[in-house]
Design a protein around this ligand. Structure first.
Ligand code: MG
Length: 259
């Protein structure tokens, strides 16, 4: 509901601003109607780790992961008997013990078959391609149930949160395994801390291209514009315990190829 309200407010703001500045010409020329991510029904996309991959989770152990709150502690999420693990609400985010710079990542995730909530409060998690600190610091590609669940489009599944709308909505039904295949290029910084080159992401959601080599504007932020306000090198990969009341989501088959 708030999506419609905010869009309407924005449309009103834009049209009144244009009207104030330009009373001639065709106002439709400056209307932005796309991209509204089209719904694409994906195929079967589970993928075994290739021979040179670092396997971060294959169902047998949590050894590659740790708690973000206390990095001396193991990941406190729930190991399942079907080769997956599930967010344990309230335990906080988890991250890899290893650090990575540029890489190719495969990760599978599943929204519970029975899922409640709406908007951002429905199966919210996230993959932070570089964990730059505690909490949600880093660069997030959103994990969310957007199978018949709408939210702001730069915050739906496949978005670079609050930065890039996905090119398609390739969500599967709750209860089905989905995957991301992501190519991450880390940002580089000069000796004086200024940005040398921004982070870049190419991402496929269930085999469908959702981000095509986009340049990130900075670290993911919930409020205000993103910026590169933290100099960093190689970082862990982090998964989000979002804290919304909907049922927790699961992950499996996670591997990375360093580039
Ligand atoms: Mg999230």
């Amino acid at each position: 509901m708030y999506k419609l309200t905010s869009l309407a407010m924005m449309a009103g703001f834009i049209s009144s601003a244009l009207f104030a500045q330009d009373t001639k010409g065709d106002p439709k020329k400056t209307e932005v109607w796309e991209p509204v991510p089209k719904v694409v029904t994906p195929g079967n996309t589970s993928s075994e780790a290739p021979s040179d991959a670092v396997v971060l989770f294959n169902g047998s152990s949590f050894n590659e992961w740790r708690s973000v709150k206390d990095t001396t502690q193991p990941a406190g999420w729930t190991m399942n008997t079907d080769g997956s693990f599930t967010v344990k609400k309230g335990t906080g985010n988890i991250e890899t013990k290893r650090r990575f710079t540029d890489y190719q990542l495969h990760i599978e995730w599943r929204i519970p078959e029975v899922i409640s909530g709406t908007g951002q409060g429905r199966g919210n998690s996230g993959v932070f391609l570089a964990s730059t600190g505690p909490g949600d610091q880093g660069y997030e590609i959103q994990v969310l149930d957007n199978y018949n669940n709408s939210t702001y489009v730069n915050g739906q599944a496949g978005s670079i949160y609050k930065q890039y709308i996905p090119l398609a909505n390739a969500c599967k039904k709750p209860g089905e395994w989905q995957c991301y295949d992501i190519i991450w290029t880390a940002p580089r910084f000069n000796d004086d801390g200024s940005l040398k080159s921004p982070a870049r992401i190419t991402a496929l959601h269930n085999g469908v291209l959702v981000q095509n080599n986009v340049e990130l504007k900075g670290i993911t932020v919930y409020i205000g514009p993103p910026s590169y306000n933290k100099v960093h090198g190689a970082c862990p990969i982090k998964l989000q315990d979002h804290g919304d009341p909907s049922e927790p989501i699961s992950f499996r088959n996670i591997w990375v190829r360093e580039l």
